[in-house]
Design a protein around this ligand. Sequence first.
Ligand code: CUA
Length: 189
Amino acid sequence: MNAAAPEGSRSEAVAIAAERRWALVVGAILLLLVAMMVVTGLHWAAMPPSRVETVDVKTLHIAGEFIESNLGTAVGADGKVTVRLIAQQYSFQPQCLVVPVDTPVTFRATSTDAIHGFIIGTTNANTMLVPGFVSTFTTSFHNTGEALMPCHEYCGTGHEAMWAHVQVLSAADFLAKSRGVERLSCVAR
Ligand code: CUA
């Protein structure tokens, strides 16, 4: 009976020490998380990502890269394939894209109004389109045929009806189609 009191206060001391240790661990984790937020925040504020490209929504249809006659697939003098398109409520322009199979294709796209986006079939071609910014990525398509390209960002009442087609052609077919053509698309005219 005599030993009960010291035993009890000893176990209480052990519990307090353990609680203090865990409080220190939790405090240290919180400090680390806050420090990470501060450091990354300051870093991003001081050095914005170098790849951000902006475009003026009010004038992009009048001049520059995204005028109507420059949209579609372009084959550069160096053989590089670039697809330019714009998204608007509720369509893509061009509505039908042509790309060669097994060839790196660079997409450059933007939106004129709301936030849109697209994904091409089951490929990894997938991006958001934000007004005022140029989205760009390079990918290759490994299967010929036609793929659907729906808008995948809810952009208003016509969102479900907003999609384009992509035709992936063999190298020979693509070459034949693109010969002598400055901007290629499969839009029926
Ligand atoms: Cu455009 Cu959804």
